[in-house]
Design a protein around this ligand. Structure first.
Ligand SMILES: [Ca+2]
Length: 376
């Protein structure tokens, strides 16, 4: 290249440098978006957050408490009226959601590890009416109880999602020790179930007319789903923990088999193949899988405009293991890109939800757990 040409290109280079600098500045500014703002602290292993119409929050703590958090972050005394909870290991009081008509009926749904005989337990779903003064749960009714009960402290699943038709989905884990049952339709182990708000079985559930199958089952072959949300498409988006590697995102469709433990992209802890490989006819492939595992918990679509167009429609997933919040770009129903938020926090992310204000809220899983709001 001759000198004249180099000189001629210099202004262009300077222009490029300026563009790069401006872009870097814009990135630094953009970095402030999603910065954490602590709403409340001092929560013991909080598991789920829901939003009350007056701007307060409902939070579960895994040891077996539910509290109201005020707009200024004050924790209430534990609400009265909870049923007995088998707290220990991964079990305890887990998810809570408010009815879409809460402003009218004050109804909440929650799930927990329900104690049985001889140290056995399983995941149960209950409804209750939150008292007008927000101090107690009334008219508590168990809507569903996973069968069989197993003496295990692991893999309770337990995310609740209200579908557009008013039915309730719940994820159920394989109890760690019963993974082969995830393929069996005569058990609730390793399933997603769907029930009506009165606990009855919807007539259009996929296995209601199949002999030997439990009618609450919606989908099967799941390992342990600790994140689920209704997609903008009205379908049930969920993720599940793999073993060593192989955490997955799926859209759980009626009657479908998600493969565990016959197919998986993970392996046994310490190595060793599980099942038959990574794919099989009649079994669904995940939309995305993580190797190594991030240990996902919590899941939410951002539908608001509060964080600008780049984030709108993104799917957010917490990582327990690496302590970050995954921001996933969804294109054509697929996960097109993954970005990481809250990476410097080094806190296990247990839940993520979009509030009625359109902002994202996150719970950190710790002895001194926090409710955090992401800056728009
Ligand atoms: Ca699978």
């Amino acid at each position: 290249m001759n000198q004249a040409l180099i000189r001629a290109r210099r202004p262009q280079r300077a222009g490029r440098w300026l563009a790069t600098a401006l872009l870097a500045g814009a990135c630094a500014w953009a970095h402030a978006q999603g910065a954490p703002e602590v709403v409340a602290s001092g929560l013991e292993n909080p598991w789920a957050v829901a939003f009350l119409p007056e701007g307060r929050f409902l939070v579960t703590e895994k040891p077996g408490r539910m509290r109201v958090i005020s707009v200024t972050g004050q924790r209430s005394e534990p609400l009265q009226g909870l049923p007995a909870v088998a707290a220990g290991g991964q079990g305890g009081l887990l998810d809570v959601v408010v009815d879409l008509q809460f402003a009218r009926n004050r109804t909440v749904y929650f799930c927990y590890s329900e104690p049985g005989e001889g140290g056995a337990n399983s995941t149960a779903l209950a409804s209750a009416v939150l008292s007008a003064d927000r101090t107690r749960l009334e008219s508590v009714k168990v809507l569903f109880s996973q069968k069989p009960k197993v003496a295990s402290r692991a893999h309770f699943g337990c995310r609740i999602v209200e579908a557009r038709d008013g039915t309730l989905f719940m994820t159920l884990g394989d109890r760690y020790s019963r993974r082969d049952d995830a393929q069996k339709l005569d058990s609730h182990i390793g399933k997603v179930v769907r029930v009506a708000k009165d606990g009855s079985v919807p007539a259009d559930n996929p296995f209601v007319n199949r002999g030997g199958a439990l009618p609450e089952i919606w989908s099967y072959g799941h390992r342990n789903g600790q994140g689920a949300t209704l997609g903008p498409d009205g379908r049930l988006w969920m993720h599940e923990h793999g073993a060593q590697g192989g955490d997955e995102i799926n859209i759980a469709e009626a009657g479908r088999n998600y493969g565990w433990p016959v197919i998986t992209h993970g392996e046994n802890y310490g190595g060793g193949r599980i099942g038959e490989g990574t794919a099989k006819a009649g079994m669904e492939q995940p939309l995305k899988y993580w190797v190594p595992s991030i240990a996902p918990s919590g899941m939410a679509f951002l539908t608001s405009d509060r964080y600008g167009p780049a984030w709108k429609g993104n799917l957010f997933v917490g990582s327990l293991k690496f302590g970050y919040l995954a921001r996933l770009e969804i294109r054509d129903g697929r996960v097109a890109a993954e970005h990481k938020l809250l990476e410097d926090g080094r806190a296990r992310i247990r839940d993520v939800r979009q509030g009625p204000d359109g902002l994202l809220y996150v719970l950190t899983d710790a002895q001194n757990g926090q409710l955090i709001r992401l800056k728009p």
